[in-house]
Design a protein around this ligand. Structure first.
Ligand code: PMP
Length: 426
């Protein structure tokens, strides 16, 4: 197979005709496929439905009847210990909430905006508030900061994490920069895990703003695809404590993609001072979260199945899907020199880089033939990818056979749009 860039005009025109024919044939099949969002499939959900039997009307609450009542705002002790172990921190530093870590993140931004952190001026009283956004990143993070009118600044990612030189420059010189979004392990969508050096540099930041915070969304901390090739991001809470700035970080996680996304448990870990500040606000907002679901999770993972065993079962369902997509990319695209993609060892996504100015057209072409992908640009603040090149591939939800069909269509559209771009340039 010849690299597209080495083809002459005639070869490109004939290839284009051929690809158009193939595309029309696939389109005629009337596919209805969806690779847009990183949702677990039904078999993954079924791995966790036993959890619903753990706390039922026969459960012996003993001295734990208070768990059925109002109160215990920061979560039951067992759940704080469960998350402390998962996050490798102390249970004193943990607050356990309801089912969504994204809600906690929203609340934290909202508190910064309306009331400020630890006595600092609320952001709503400032002329400008800015956030750093490693890109490509998670669209729902960017949606929260956009919702509050916070200006977002792109920070490029490399294979070790975000560009720390740039982050240091911004954070240490600009007081209006109040935070940064990070998914430090098996990042959404690149699958990258931040290196130890990157974590240390985060812990040693010297921010111009006293209320600058690192929003450390450790959503994929136990989501390894390969038992023998696991990545573990260095502990930022500990590194910040050791660097003498424990207040610098809010760490978030949840069991959404461990058990049931709509019915998991979410947690935040931070310094004792931050925790006290947060609880002051929370006490106005809520009397206590769903402690029975907290207990359900703890009982399940302490008595029925370990997190490790459970996540290995999840991986055994996800791995064939990741590998199916990667094999098709490798077979169909590797020799052509028209795209690059990540090969993650965990998490939920593959990050695909097409040729410049091709991503939107590829996503549209797939849609016209019945396959939905994550909107091009979604992985950048304001939905604007400056190169129009990145596409987030989410292999988890479709059935394996459907996923293969969708990926075959995707690579066909990548080829077709790339040839069209090359012909435009010629
Ligand atoms: N953070 C990241 C990086 C995610 O990818 C997701 C889910 N796609 C979430 C948070 C959502 O977490 P939760 O269900 O706990 O709100």
């Amino acid at each position: 197979m010849k690299m597209y860039k080495d083809m002459n005009h005639e070869e490109l025109v004939s290839l284009h005709d051929d690809l158009c024919k193939q595309y029309e044939q696939v389109k005629a099949k009337g596919l209805k496929l969806n690779m847009a969002r990183g949702k677990p499939d039904v078999n993954q959900l079924l791995l966790s439905t036993d959890i619903l039997d753990v706390i039922n009307s026969h459960y012996d609450f003993g001295s734990q009847y208070e768990y059925c009542n109002y109160g215990i705002l920061d979560g039951i002790d067992e759940a704080k210990e469960f998350f402390a172990k998962m996050l490798n921190t102390s249970s004193q530093n943990v607050i356990v909430y309801g089912n969504s870590s994204l809600t906690i993140m929203f609340d934290q931004i909202s508190r910064g905006y309306t009331h400020g952190y630890l006595g600092e001026k609320p952001w709503c009283q400032l002329d400008k508030v800015k956030f750093l956004c490693p890109v490509p990143g998670y669209d729902r993070h960017f949606a929260i900061t956009e919702h509050f009118g916070i200006e977002m600044i792109n920070i490029p990612m490399n294979e070790n994490g975000p560009d720390m030189d740039l982050i240091e420059k911004y954070v240490e010189t600009d007081e209006s920069i109040k935070g940064i979004w990070c998914v430090p392990q098996y990042s959404n969508p690149t699958g990258i895990t931040y290196s130890d050096e990157v974590v240390e540099r985060f812990a040693h930041l010297n921010p111009a703003a006293k209320d600058f915070r690192i929003f450390w969304d450790n959503a994929y901390l136990v989501h390894h695809l390969y038992n023998d090739k696991q990545e573990h991001v260095k502990n930022l809470i500990k590194a910040c404590q050791e660097a003498g700035q424990p207040n610098l970080v809010f760490e978030f996680c949840s069991t959404s993609k461990v058990t049931l996304p709509g019915s998991g448990v979410a947690a935040l870990a931070t310094s004792l001072e931050n925790k006290e500040d947060i609880l002051k606000h929370m006490s106005i907002q809520c009397i206590g979260y769903d402690k029975l679901n907290q207990l359900r999770h703890v009982e399940y993972f302490n008595k029925i199945e370990s997190i490790d065993t459970h996540m290995q079962k999840q991986a055994s369902l996800l791995k064939p899907k990741f590998e199916a997509v990667l094999n098709i990319f490798e077979r169909e695209l590797e020799p052509l020199g028209i795209a690059e993609w990540t090969k993650p060892l965990g998490g939920y996504f593959i990050s695909f880089m097409a040729m410049e100015n091709c991503a939107k057209a590829i996503v549209q072409k797939c849609k016209e033939a019945g396959t939905l992908l994550t909107t091009a640009g979604a992985t950048y603040p304001y939905g604007q990818d400056p190169h129009d090149a990145n596409i987030r591939i989410a292999p988890s939800f479709p059935k394996l056979e459907e996923l293969k069909q969708a990926t075959e269509l995707f690579v066909l559209c990548v080829k077709l749009i790339s040839v069209e771009k090359l012909l435009e340039k010629a």
